[in-house]
Design a protein. Structure first.
Length: 265
């Protein structure tokens, strides 16, 4: 069973800090239980959302709704801000992922000013700073909506391949702890494993199995790093047939045994 989620509040985090405890924390496939905005101001890389990989560069705003599987490269030259809105955020936000390439200088400056204002009010103890924070956050939601309308989200065509991969990653996110394999996911989606893997390779350059393994191993690393849950229970929690099989799979994919990874963390 998944662990209960801790309380989640609004916070702004410099993007380099997200991977300070290991690049796997941002690069591996995972989801979070709150909406997130990534605002890149320097550098470039690739980001995968719902199984579709695209390049990003400076002045890209990427909105990821809660529960959507994603991962992105965060090299040493990448800078920007991640906004985690919290699970109880009442700001009007998009319902679907957005990848916005913000080309107008005025719009870029507006985003920077809004983020600076939010952070300043969060750090302040002057009267009504909490209300001012919420209002600035609302303006950030408006900025997102207007940029999405202006650029039509700069989204790739939602062809049959991408739709299938999006359905697969959504199903995977709900069931990666169940022990289901690619064949069972494919059957649930009404396609063959070969077809599912071909579509995943087209959409993100990775097989259906690689996406599944990446998601499960991310969760394993998170549990090893952040809890004292015994390795056997982690294996059971993630649907592995046995602790020995989990250990072999973990070491094959990370280069360390679960115990060695926990000690290093």
């Amino acid at each position: 069973m998944p662990l209960p989620a801790p309380t989640s509040l609004l916070r702004l985090v410099a993007i380099p800090r997200l991977s300070a405890a290991g690049r796997w924390r941002v690069e591996a496939m995972r989801s979070i239980s709150e909406p997130c905005l990534l605002w890149f101001t320097k550098g470039q890389g690739r980001i995968t959302i719902s199984g579709v990989t695209r390049g990003y560069t400076a002045h890209n705003a990427i909105f990821i709704p809660a529960g959507v599987m994603h991962g992105f490269e965060a090299g040493p030259q990448v800078f920007g801000t991640a906004v985690f809105f919290g699970r109880d955020c009442d700001v009007t936000l998009p319902k679907v992922p957005l990848h916005l390439r913000v080309r107008e200088v005025h719009a870029q400056q507006e985003a920077n000013i809004l983020l600076d204002s939010i952070q300043r009010e969060m750090d302040s103890d002057v009267p009504a700073h909490d209300r001012a924070t919420r209002h600035y956050l609302g303006l950030l939601g408006v900025w997102l909506e207007r940029q999405a309308k202006k650029t039509d989200a700069d989204a790739p065509r939602t062809d049959a391949t991408r739709r299938l991969v999006a359905r697969y990653t959504a199903l995977l996110e709900r069931n990666f702890r169940s022990g289901m394999g690619v064949a069972e996911f494919a059957a649930a989606l009404g396609v063959t494993p070969t077809h599912l893997t071909r579509c995943c390779n087209i959409a993100c350059g990775r097989s259906a199995l690689a996406l599944l393994q990446d998601r499960r191993i991310f969760e394993a690393r998170k549990l090893l790093a952040e809890t004292r849950m015994p390795v056997g229970r982690i294996a059971e929690n993630l649907g592995f047939n046995s602790p020995a099989y989990f250990t072999r799979a973990f070491q094959h994919l990370t280069g360390k045994s679960p115990s060695a990874f926990r000690r290093a963390s």
